[in-house]
Design a protein around this ligand. Structure first.
Ligand code: ARG
Length: 405
């Protein structure tokens, strides 16, 4: 019986060559392609996969599952890797891995395969996810071991075997795109001193090109789920995110240029575009802080965003830690109902207003007008007790000095 493998297939050169390469080595290849909002037509994919040698080609629309089960938890954790990257590429790998395992089990395949290199983070995310879900499945990563050194060799191989290759001149970048964001690497970006060329950006305008007038945007949340933009309700979170990408991208919001630490030890220069994620993080953070008591909010903000981002980046999506952190953020999300008003202008997004029935802001306590009900006497006594440790320290210091003189 032929060895059967389910391959994560994008339809690009690498994964098309992998289909043929595995076929030559005795594997029966089933390709799996997911629509996670990469903005590409996937209709031609099955034909292309078969032309490359696949026996079966599966294409699925995962946009809503990706938005609900992957983007939303990351938003609720306000997770940003190294304080900046909203984890777009890191998030799609566990979902694709889950599907690879599902279809491997369904088609009785002992193997799954991916097209990641040995130098990146994605190999780790694919492999850890597959092992967590079904450790009996073996993961193949042909790019790590095959004979091709340069892209030209792959093109030659593809031509020789009748694999369709796009003739148009390709951009010098490696691009990974889904509805949560785009990551761009390689080419001129490899010099971290060089400003990203215009064509590195796919969905955002520069601040210079952005409109000279701001847009005011209202984002509505229900129990921690973004549900409306400017009063318009969205039943599908994926739709809301894609619409927001357009609205905020127009103003140049969500461009991120960083040198980040990869899992494999190297630093790499990355350019990201995540307009919707950037706006939603701002809005969510603001509303969460409005409806959450100080103790809980401080605990959350000091611990969760960093820890959550690290675990997603490092391939631990299918871990008890992630589930436990999700339970924590879901509890807080229960109160995140309300609206946030934001201003989008020349590459920036700023919160300019917020309201919620769950708000803990009490105007009669906060006001400096005659309506003030705050007990100022209590403030005096509180300050005395709160400052006592520093006062004691000061007193002793003073005593010592007096003793010396
Ligand atoms: N550095 C990012 C990450 O590890 C993006 C990787 C995207 N992959 C790519 N082939 N461009 O999540």
């Amino acid at each position: 019986m032929a060895k059967r493998v389910v391959l994560a297939y994008s339809g690009g050169l690498d994964t098309s060559v992998i289909v043929r390469w595995l076929t030559e080595r005795g594997y029966e290849v089933i390709t799996y392609t997911a629509d996670v909002g990469q903005g590409e037509e996937l209709e031609e994919i099955p034909k292309k996969a078969r032309q490359s040698g696949a026996v079966e080609a599966i294409v699925e629309d995962l946009k809503e599952e990706f938005a609900r089960d992957y983007c939303l938890p990351v938003l609720r954790a306000l997770a940003l890797y190294e304080g900046k990257y909203p984890l777009s590429a890191s998030l799609s790998r566990p979902l694709i891995s889950k599907k690879l395992v599902y279809y491997a089990e369904k088609f009785k395949a002992d193997y799954v395969a991916h097209g990641s290199t040995g130098k990146g983070n994605d190999q780790v995310r694919f492999e850890l996810s597959v092992w967590a879900l079904n450790p009996a499945i073996e993961v193949l990563a042909p790019v790590r071991s095959w004979e091709f050194k340069a892209r030209e060799e792959q093109i030659e191989y593809a031509k020789k075997h009748g694999i369709p290759v796009k003739v148009e001149k390709e951009k010098p970048y490696s691009i990974d795109r889904n509805l949560w964001g785009i990551s761009v690497e390689c080419g001129p970006l490899e010099d971290p001193w060089t400003e990203p060329p215009k064509d590195a950006y796919q969905i955002t305008f520069s601040a210079e090109e952005a409109p000279d007038e701001p847009d005011i945007l209202t984002v509505g949340f229900e129990k921690g789920i973004p549900v409306s933009l400017n009063g318009r309700k969205y039943n599908l979170l994926s739709q809301l995110i894609m619409e927001l990408n357009t609205l905020a991208g127009k103003h140049g919001v969500g461009r991120i240029d960083i040198v980040e630490n990869r899992l494999v030890g190297i630093k790499s220069r990355e350019v990201y575009e995540a307009p919707a994620a950037t706006v939603l993080y701002e809005a969510y953070r603001d509303l969460l802080s409005l409806v959450t008591d100080r103790f809980t909010f401080h605990y959350f903000i000091n611990h969760i965003p960093h820890e959550y981002a690290k675990l997603v980046y490092e391939g631990l999506w299918f871990s008890p830690l992630r589930e436990a952190l999700d339970a924590f953020t879901a509890t807080l999300a229960e109160s995140v109902t309300g609206e946030v008003r934001l201003k989008l202008f020349k590459g920036s997004v700023s919160v300019i207003g917020r309201r919620s029935d769950k708000s803990l802001y009490l105007e009669d306590l906060a006001t400096y007008s005659e309506k003030d009900t705050f007990d100022h006497k209590a403030g005096e006594l509180f300050t005395k007790v709160w400052g006592l440790p520093l006062k004691i320290k000061g007193l002793l210091k003073k005593k010592k000095q007096e003793f010396r003189t």
